[in-house]
Write a protein that binds this ligand. Structure first.
Ligand SMILES: NC(=O)c1ccc[n+]([C@@H]2O[C@H](COP(=O)([O-])OP(=O)(O)OC[C@H]3O[C@@H](n4cnc5c(N)ncnc54)[C@H](OP(=O)(O)O)[C@@H]3O)[C@@H](O)[C@H]2O)c1
Length: 244
């Protein structure tokens, strides 16, 4: 740990879904690289634990309880980042839910809508609330956590796949809207990662697929956070092992 000279020294990163899984791994890595990290999710105990891990290793972090489904909560989250850490440079819109994997005919409409609301509209809320603060810095980075499910056509996956496919279009359009402000917007597709989300569905994966630990997603998240202001935008970066 070297907060003063790390590759992200002086940066402030806001990470949604930072209480466990991929979001926690990215929060710990960004803090290790010198960023101050704001760790957000709905579960207070989990984000407090992420912050405690950062602080125990000499980093800077704060926890902020917020549901990405609430635009007001996202406004408050980014105001907290400014008040506590002085601004916002990097946003990882990582919060997401798997939903109930059911065929459309068997779906609970409320759960279908909730999956879209969290994964797509929640990411929109996150970006929308972050943009004024990124523009105030003169540059910034937004990472949307995508999914290979947006390429797939698996029965039972309509809500999750649709949410992530639309998230990719949001990535591309927002990137075009923000490139003149030196704010990059990219999608990271982690492929299968062993987290609470994958355990929940007792999912199986193609035998050729790389089933990862959350830490395996870190190098790509670090790459995207450390590109120059004129660096890649409107791009998708995948850690999967299949075409499409
Ligand atoms: N694991 C995989 O194989 C995989 C593959 C492709 C893409 N992804 C994507 O990677 C991201 C992270 O997934 P993960 O596997 O790390 O899942 P996870 O371990 O279940 O973590 C999800 C995180 O998101 C938070 N979250 C969920 N709903 C939220 C809401 N409405 N508001 C705020 N925070 C919320 C959770 O905390 P609370 O519940 O406490 O709010 C938790 O911190 C997701 O976008 C997922 O779609 C995962």
């Amino acid at each position: 740990m070297n907060n003063q000279t790390g590759t992200l020294a002086g940066k402030v990163a806001v990470i949604t879904g930072a209480g466990r899984g991929i979001g926690r791994a990215i929060a710990l890595a960004y803090a290790h690289a010198g960023a101050a990290v704001v760790c957000s999710a709905r579960s207070r105990n989990e984000i407090d634990e992420t912050v405690a891990l950062v602080v125990a290793s000499g980093g800077t972090a704060s926890a902020w309880v917020a549901d990405v489904g609430s635009h007001a909560a996202m406004l408050a989250l980014f105001q907290h980042a400014v008040d506590a850490h002085g601004g916002v440079d990097i946003v990882v819109a990582n919060a997401g839910v798997w939903g109930q994997p059911r065929k459309v005919a068997d779906s609970d409409p409320a759960n279908w809508a909730e999956t879209i609301h969290t994964n797509l509209i929640g990411a929109f809320h996150t970006a929308h609330a972050a943009i004024p603060h990124l523009r105030a810095r003169g540059a910034g980075k937004i990472l949307f956590m995508g999914s290979g499910a947006r390429h797939a056509t698996d029965p039972g996956m309509s809500a999750y796949s649709a949410s992530k496919l639309a998230l990719w279009k949001l990535t591309q359009v927002l990137a075009m809207e923000l490139h003149e402000h030196h704010i990059s917007v990219n999608e990271l597709i982690p492929g299968p990662v062993k987290t609470a989300m994958t355990d929940f569905g007792r999912r199986t994966f193609a035998p050729s697929e790389w089933v990862k630990e959350p830490d395996d997603v870190v190098p790509m998240a670090m790459f995207l956070a450390t590109q120059p202001d004129i660096g890649p935008t409107a791009q998708s970066y995948s850690l999967m092992r299949r075409a499409g």
